[in-house]
Ligand binder design. Sequence first.
Ligand code: NAP
Length: 271
Amino acid sequence: MTPNTPFLSQYGPWALVSGAAMGLGAEFARQLAAHGLNLVLVDVQAEALNATSAAISTQSGVETRPVVSDLATPAGLSAVIEAASTLEIGLLVNNAGVSAIGHFLDVSLEKHLKILELNARAPLSLAHTFGAKMRERQRGGIIFVSSGSAMVGTSYVSAYSATKAFNLNLGEALSEELHPYGVDVLSTVVGATDTPGWRAENPNPEAKTWPPVMSAADTVRETLGALGKTPSFFPGAQNRLAMFATSRLMSRPAAVRVIGAEMRKRYQKEK
Ligand SMILES: NC(=O)c1ccc[n+]([C@@H]2O[C@H](COP(=O)([O-])OP(=O)(O)OC[C@H]3O[C@@H](n4cnc5c(N)ncnc54)[C@H](OP(=O)(O)O)[C@@H]3O)[C@@H](O)[C@H]2O)c1
């Protein structure tokens, strides 16, 4: 495909999106297809992934390649790298991520290590592999999907919060290192967004909250709009206000306590 828009010439012809069967990953895939990018779509959920992949290809006419793989395992990670090895991946969206709500010691070590593998090892490995090729080509982009919980150690999702801080810092640092090579890197610090994963963790998804829950379409549209403009970005004006309050108006110990108290209430309710 001949690149014919600035977006396609910087980030085409292929994007690789992890966790693409549903939620934010599927929305990244839809919006990138609308920009004309072909897609390698990775997820552990075979049926949902194949359905998302087929629907996007039919609706947008781009080529889609579903890769069913568990990115929390070294074999799954290698399979994804192998599946994309002959394609020119111009944009990598490190989106797949999992969390576990609970007291650190009540969540199994196995689960914590899975969170670490998927949320930290996989995005780092994919960025290293595909980033090297982007540096050679002197163009491309990498998005790390972080979370508001990256901003301060968040109890009862402790390992998740730590991995999201890892993504935030890794993306910011790489934006500086890869900028001279024409590669744009962005960490998107996502707030509550209505996805299947978010609904599974929220027994009352229709409850009014502040900041309000965003749609996946808005979170992704704002994120793609920020790519190439800044090292890190917070989708949603009200999320930005909330982040400002907890990271600038409160001391760090106060933020840890206030957020910890909120999380404790939620954890105890769900227990
Ligand atoms: N939604 C929010 O409010 C929110 C807020 C802040 C940050 N985020 C971040 O945004 C990203 C996407 O979240 P989401 O809410 O869209 O999640 P989601 O609705 O749960 O969708 C994520 C997809 O990734 C898949 N996945 C899970 N483990 C995987 C693995 N080991 N290998 C490959 N695929 C795997 C999931 O499959 P399963 O169904 O089997 O898990 C699911 O299909 C995550 O990194 C999350 O931390 C989300």
